[in-house]
Design a protein around this ligand. Structure first.
Ligand SMILES: Cc1cc2nc3c(=O)[nH]c(=O)nc-3n(C[C@H](O)[C@H](O)[C@H](O)COP(=O)(O)OP(=O)(O)OC[C@H]3O[C@@H](n4cnc5c(N)ncnc54)[C@H](O)[C@@H]3O)c2cc1C
Ligand SMILES: NC(=O)c1ccc[n+]([C@@H]2O[C@H](COP(=O)([O-])OP(=O)(O)OC[C@H]3O[C@@H](n4cnc5c(N)ncnc54)[C@H](OP(=O)(O)O)[C@@H]3O)[C@@H](O)[C@H]2O)c1
Length: 286
């Protein structure tokens, strides 16, 4: 039998203190979509105002530094997947098995705390685009996250007659989060009431896969160059008079689309300070 050592005040004072999380928010829901993808919802800081499409820094406390005995927050940029009006925050995340943050974040459960720095920034916002007829959202992988926000944002439908969302992933299962979110818009009573009954009919969803069989195979960039994507969608190629676009994917994807937009379709890149035809943001840093 092991004898229990009574905890004295002196011993307690010596024990390493676990710091309370700064900017802590409580996890309210966790959903795992594949072995590489999950989403979660958490409480929203009362003072946080953001524009749909922006990102914030989120994270967890890092490990205790054995030399100093101190812990530092381990933070990463995350697109806010929920719209600006939502009472809670939603995030859509990769699980990188040896990733400093997501190797731990993927294990969060309802009731756990995450750190959320309430300083939203980003270029994928309506303010960075001039008015147009049709808006395109181009995503690969977790680059869908800012569009999960913008697809639930009333301003998207107030400003545009047509909303086209393309999502290219390696495998079919990686499309599920986006597909279910878009399908749920039809039955979203609040959005149908606020934006207008049947607002979701403005959406054209174009999912493609590159490494697993699905109804539409191929990279969206190749499907645009060949004209197949426009034929499938029943719309003409992008045109600066009518089309606006937001891009969020891996670096090579972003650069390829930017080149296509500027040199083939004649679109100009915009920014918060200088709105124009399209905006770009990295889905992650390589
Ligand atoms: C502006 C911005 C917004 C971002 N928004 C999101 C988001 O909404 N959801 C999200 O999951 N990540 C997002 N990221 C990436 C995120 O910041 C982290 O890189 C990610 O959470 C992994 O963190 P980590 O510490 O586990 O690994 P890290 O050390 O950050 O990354 C390790 C490696 O994993 C790969 N990787 C990292 N993130 C991704 C990803 N999202 N998809 C595919 N491969 C990746 C890269 O090759 C990277 O070098 C965003 C990044 C930026 C710059
Ligand atoms: N997804 C997985 O199953 C998986 C599994 C284990 C590890 N990883 C690692 O995780 C990291 C990220 O993988 P990810 O799949 O999330 O993202 P990703 O490599 O950025 O690929 C996402 C999608 O974007 C497409 N794409 C890539 N570059 C493009 C470009 N220039 N133009 C148009 N489309 C482009 C890919 O097509 P292509 O398939 O043609 O490249 C794929 O369909 C990679 O380092 C990868 O090695 C991924």
């Amino acid at each position: 039998m092991t004898e229990m050592t009574p905890v004295t005040d002196a011993a307690a004072a010596k024990a390493p203190k676990v710091p309370a999380l700064p900017d802590a928010q409580t996890v309210t829901e966790v959903k795992h979509w594949t072995d590489r993808l999950f989403s979660f919802r958490c409480t929203r800081p009362a003072s946080l105002r953001f524009r749909s499409g922006e990102f914030v820094m989120i994270g967890l406390m890092g490990d205790v530094n054995p030399k100093t005995g101190k812990q530092k927050p381990l933070l990463r940029a995350y697109s806010i997947a929920s719209p600006s009006w939502d009472e809670e925050m939603e995030f859509y995340s990769i699980k990188v098995q040896d990733g400093p943050l997501t190797s731990k974040l993927q294990h969060i459960k309802v009731g756990d705390e995450v750190i959320l720095r309430p300083k939203p920034v980003g270029t994928l916002v309506h303010d960075a685009l001039i008015p147009g007829k049709r808006i395109w959202f181009f995503a690969t992988g977790t680059g869908f996250a800012p569009f999960a926000s913008l697809l639930r944002e009333p301003e998207t439908y107030e400003k545009f007659d047509e909303v086209i969302i393309t999502h290219t992933c390696r495998e079919v299962g990686e499309l599920t989060y986006g597909r279910e979110l878009i399908e749920a818009l039809k039955d979203d009573e609040l959005l149908n009431e606020v934006i207008g009954e049947g607002f979701w009919k403005k959406i054209k969803y174009y999912p493609t896969t590159t490494r697993e069989e699905s109804p539409k195979m191929g990279r969206i960039t190749d499907l645009m160059r060949s004209g197949e994507a426009f034929e499938d969608l029943g719309v003409p190629p992008l045109n600066p008079d009518t089309d606006r676009a937001m891009i969020c994917g891996n670096l090579a994807f972003n650069l390829e689309l930017k080149d296509l937009f500027e040199n083939t379709y004649g679109l100009e890149e915009g920014a918060n300070s200088k709105p124009a035809h399209f905006v770009v943001e990295k889905a992650f840093l390589d």
